[in-house]
Design a protein around this ligand. Structure first.
Ligand code: MRU
Length: 347
């Protein structure tokens, strides 16, 4: 099944908190429950939360008791606010919400407005799969045969509606018959690499080795990584990239060692309204994500310790070799190459 889908009037999600131990599917019928699922990371990954928010808007439209156009729009504005507040960094969430709102506002009849909301949400989900496959094809060109690829967090089918962004590129290279090996960063504190990327790669039969986050620098300095591939949650107009915490450190060490560092993201992740990454809001998550981890069945930190837990960091554009999108690869200077790619759709 897809990571996110519409099923008989409900939003159906794979509960990613339980993987790899348990594969459980949840079905949601209220926009508040959809926002909670995003906040609590039942579903995560920028494109996946975008598609989920789109379906959340469809739920709100279908459940709105309003009889006239203004009433439906009011209910949708309220739903939009609830969804936008769920997680702040990935711009795909706000992008999908706006897209449904804009489409619904084109209609006059409340019945048509409800249908249009679901049609648009479904289009967002379907396009995401097509976009990922296209990025896979385009991005595979930067993967040499025999490459060892360092990868952070989870950017696979689970982070999208299906197929994946950076992991989609790895998957496409593998499907083309290239021999690839993935170094999977475990990605503390929520371990998306160890739990989700390792699970996906195992099922796809793509060779990989799981490493502790702290080992990545060692592998790069000793010539055991040829390429770094990551996803993104928001990219500013100058090419600064917000992605899972720890990405910045990888980019700096990659540059120091002359290793190409590519970001793979759909154009819906690029926020041209922000001129630099300084303006990207960074989500701070609960301290328990850091302290409640257990080792040998025991908590890893004393009770009540002060914790800082930013979920994302910003990698300045000077560390980025290229940005792979569904419309082609942008290369530096990104402030000149990225906007036309996003606005014009040229390759
Ligand atoms: O906190 P998460 O798990 O939602 O963070 C996910 C990431 O940082 C991914 O790298 C990013 O969303 C791109 S995934 C296609």
């Amino acid at each position: 099944m897809r990571t996110v889908e519409w099923h008989e009037g409900r939003v159906r999600l794979i509960d990613q908190r339980l993987l790899p131990s348990e594969f459980r599917v949840v079905e949601l019928t209220e926009v508040e429950a959809v926002a909670r699922a995003i906040r609590e990371m039942v579903v995560r990954g920028a494109p996946a939360i975008g598609a989920t928010a789109g379906f959340g808007m469809a739920l709100a439209a279908l459940r709105s008791p309003a009889r006239d156009r203004e009433g439906v729009l009011r209910d949708l504005e309220r739903a939009a606010e609830i969804l936008r507040a769920a997680r702040p960094t990935a711009v795909n969430l706000a992008w999908a919400v706006e897209r449904v709102l804009r489409r619904v506002a084109e209609e006059r009849d409340p019945g048509r407005m409800r249908e249009a909301a679901l049609e648009e949400a479904q289009a967002i989900a379907d396009e995401d799969v097509a976009v990922n496959r296209r990025m896979g094809e385009i991005g595979a060109s930067v993967v040499p045969d025999g490459a060892t690829i360092l990868h952070h967090c989870n950017t696979g089918a689970l982070a999208t509606v299906d197929y994946g962004t950076a992991l989609g590129v790895i998957r496409a290279a593998h499907e083309q018959g290239k021999r690839v090996h993935v170094l999977v960063d475990e990605t503390r504190p929520r371990l998306q690499g160890a739990r989700l990327t390792a699970w996906e790669l195992q099922r796809l039969g793509i060779p990989f080795t799981l490493i502790a986050d702290n080992a990545a620098g060692h592998f790069m300095r000793t010539g055991q990584a040829d390429l770094v591939l990551v996803g993104a949650d928001r990219i500013a107009a100058n090419g600064d990239v917000a992605n899972k915490i720890g990405t910045y450190k990888l980019a700096v060490v990659a540059k120091e060692n002359g290793i190409p560092f590519y970001v793979v993201a759909p154009t819906s992740t690029v926020d041209l309204s922000l001129s630099t990454g300084e303006e990207i809001p960074i989500e701070e998550r609960p301290p328990e994500e850091v302290t409640a981890l257990t080792l040998m069945g025991k908590p890893v930190a004393p009770e009540g310790v002060p914790v800082a837990n930013p979920a994302f960091d910003v990698t300045p554009h000077r560390y980025v070799t290229g940005i792979v999108t569904e419309r082609g690869i942008a290369y530096p200077p990104f402030h000149l190459t990225l906007p036309p790619l996003v606005e014009g759709g040229t390759e």
